[in-house]
Design a protein around this ligand. Sequence first.
Ligand code: HEM
Length: 419
Amino acid sequence: MSALVLDRDRMRALFDLRSVTYAIRGGGYVDDPYPVFHRLRETGPIHAGTPHEHLGWTEDVFFQGLPYPDRPHFSAYDYETCTTILKDDSRFVTILPPLPGEPDMSQAGMLFMNGKRHHDYRMLVQPSFVPGKAVWWLDRWIKTAIHQLIDLIDHDDRADLNVEFCAPIPLLTITGSFGITIEDALTVREAVTSDGHGLGVLPPLLVPIIAARRKKPQDDLISVLVQAEVTDEHGMVHRLTDEEILGFSFLLLAAGSGTTWKQMGITLIALLQQPVALAAARNDRTFLRSVVEESVRWTPTDPVFARFVAEDCELGGVAMPAGAVVHTCLAAANRDPLRWQRPDEFDPFRQLKANIGFGHGPHTCLGMHVARAELVHGIGAPLDRLPDLRLDPDPPTPRIIGLYERGPDAVPVRFEGAS
Ligand code: HEM
């Protein structure tokens, strides 16, 4: 495998929160949202309105739960309320019949399914995502990508790891697991970030791979999907159709290629700014597991996910009508002072407590163990191979930016190059 064919300009357009691709996710938001989250949490568990309205953002935004202008919107900011909502999939669901003019998300994969249907579809792929499968992902795709990417930079003495390293690792991992070539990986990323416009791009790429795997399965994720069997409402067992596989593929390719990238940058910046934690990680690579968990608590890359209210209900003293949208602010919940002392501090030495940066309840991130493997090895390998890795003091100090998707604007580093 060669990562050389990844075009740098296309990479920058697709993996820079300041690029046009991310404008619609609030990529231009550069403030620190946490003081606002704290203030809101202190004044009540649920507030009318959306997180971006509360943050004073007036540009157009599009994310899960947005835009649904004809529905009332609420947002939750504390740990207890957010976990209650995410756990309760009978009152708070991820899909309702669309109102006139709203998009129909029913074919958009398991994140947009409720109850038994969601459970049955998730179970088809869950075995490929359990902790014990992390080694499969590492050996088949992750390690190769990591080391080939380091080969491209280790002769130099500086790099922006954000685009040159963090971004391609999850992209090459998830596209590799679908049998998609490196040449087509960026086309896939373009399609899954196009908010529906690029939907036509995936079938011509994937249908031939599906057909080939139907004839001769291989040791990859697309073969798992091709061989998966579901029982329909009449009790008939059938293999997934091409359309069903395409629905699965879209969500997995989108979620798998766009999240770990930003979380890895967040983690690297936080770690490289903390000499004691960095020294601990250099001494003992297993400490990186704590570093990663703390990073996902401290600044989860996707800070908000929404649910529809399925029936009139009251939560935290606030009445929410059926059909409303409630945004759970995972980022705010993860800094709830009732659960964590000094919640704003990135402290990988703190006692580990479950956080909800990977979600909570039935839709908890399917790919979290893959993401953890990518993060732990994607940070450990540069520590091994790029001597004296440190933040580059010359360019402006990197900032964590973005509203519905958060990550660094750059990860500029220096190291002792091989040449
Ligand atoms: C650091 C990286 C990641 C973070 C922070 C993250 C975060 C999340 C969160 C918060 C959810 C829950 C959404 C909700 O409840 O509405 C979610 C769901 C999901 N994630 Fe991730 N994710 C990451 C990486 C990945 C990767 C690498 C994959 C695939 C290989 C993936 C696949 C999915 C899928 C398929 C779902 C939907 C699960 C369902 O509906 O049952 N994620 N993710």
